[in-house]
Design a binder for this molecule. Structure first.
Ligand code: ZN
Ligand code: ZN
Length: 387
């Protein structure tokens, strides 16, 4: 059944058998011939900082699983951080990619809600549905949580930088016909932004500050506005990103950081912001967030580039601040689809390029080199077939 591997050189075959969790011994080396319909193209992180296009076995949907022909998959910041091994979450070999959309190609046994041809997206989080956290609805906190396109020592789950990917039915969502696949690939970060706002218990009328005008910051800013925040300030050290933020509805854009930023926010708001969304995750930005929030306010922590920061404990305690962490999303997909369809959250201005999967390795190099003015890059594995 795994005879598809015989189209590969032995060394590569050995590495790629790991990607799909197939024991090397299980690979059938009998019979001749070349690649057949069981092969698909995938972009494999075969070693740190090295992505290559490879022919790998096309996955087969198991019970309760859906096989999706991937039409679009966005490159996430976490993929770029995983690319060089610094995050420890993309141990090679791995097919990355967890922000995707496409068409159902086949369904496994017991799948009833989807059929071949449906346009869909799917959550990046795979959850068990049975543990105490799942039963409470906190599926992002599932004890057996896995993330698509991640390999971290505990598990290895092939992602969507490939022609096909299999995902459990329970994380799949149908797309409106009018939503393009490239836009739909942005639903994952949109759901993350909606979850961050939900965790902040925004009631309407608040003044919010978003620190960091990257992808998640810009989406959180829009989500905060949509949730009723009357005034949403956004801060970044990159003026280009701030212009995008203004075009997307930020009330005020602040080209400031650190203590200067906090001072300016307090001056403009009188008491400080009601809620601060920290979408960077470094020591100085977390401290600025704590300094810029009003007494009794909430600092929602989304960014986490640094594993640790120094907490200004006395400010947090004496000003009775609430520090709220937020991770991934938990049930926000339908809302994300509806809000994007209504134009309440715009993603088009955040897409820098839509490019064939084959160009993926080059885009990763450019993102890794921090080339300026790159926001979301969406790769399209299925383009030649769709065209
Ligand atoms: Zn992501
Ligand atoms: Zn669970």
């Amino acid at each position: 059944m795994h005879s598809v591997f015989k189209c590969l050189r032995p060394a590569k075959r050995e590495r790629l058998s790991i990607v799909f969790g197939i024991a090397e011994g299980a690979i059938d080396e009998s019979g001749g011939g070349s690649c057949h319909t069981g092969c698909m193209k995938a972009m494999v992180l075969s070693e740190y900082k090295h992505l290559e296009m490879a022919d790998v076995p096309q996955p087969v949907p198991g019970e309760g699983e859906v096989l999706v022909r991937v039409a679009a998959c966005g490159i996430c910041g976490s993929d770029v951080h995983g690319y060089d091994g610094s995050s420890g979450r993309r141990i090679p070999p791995i097919v990355m990619g967890h922000e995707a959309a496409g068409t159902v190609a086949a369904v496994g046994k017991g799948v009833t809600a989807f059929r071949a041809g449906d346009r869909v997206t799917f959550d990046s989080t795979l959850y068990c549905g049975e543990c105490a956290f799942c039963r409470r609805g906190d599926v992002n906190l599932c004890d057996r949580r896995q993330v698509l396109g991640v390999s971290c020592g505990e598990y290895r789950r092939a992602g969507a930088f490939a022609e096909f990917v299999t995902v459990p039915e329970r994380i799949v969502f149908k797309l409106p016909d009018a939503m393009s696949f490239a836009e739909a690939a942005m639903l994952e970060p949109v759901a993350v932004a909606l979850h961050a706002v939900k965790m902040s218990a925004v009631r309407g009328g608040e003044t919010a500050l978003v620190i960091g005008a990257g992808m998640i910051g810009l989406l959180t800013m829009q989500a905060a506005r949509a949730a009723g925040c009357g005034r949403v300030l956004i801060a970044d050290v990159d003026a280009t990103r701030l212009r995008v933020a203004e075009s997307l509805g930020a009330t005020e854009a602040l080209h400031l950081s650190g203590a200067e930023l906090a001072r300016e926010v307090v001056q403009r708001t009188g008491a400080g912001a009601d809620v601060v969304f920290e979408a960077v995750g470094r020591n100085e930005t977390v401290v600025a967030a704590i300094d810029a929030v009003r007494k009794g306010g909430t600092v929602t922590l989304i960014g986490n580039i640094a594993p640790q920061v120094a907490l200004p404990l006395q400010i947090v305690v004496s000003r009775q601040l609430r520090l709220q962490g937020t991770a991934a999303s938990a049930g926000e997909y339908p809302e994300a689809i509806a809000m994007m369809s209504r134009g309440e959250i715009e993603v088009k201005p955040l897409i820098t390029a839509v490019a064939p999967l084959e160009e993926g390795p080059r885009w990763f190099e450019r993102l890794y080199a921090h080339e300026p003015n790159l926001m979301k890059i969406v790769l399209t594995p299925g383009e030649e077939m769709a065209g």
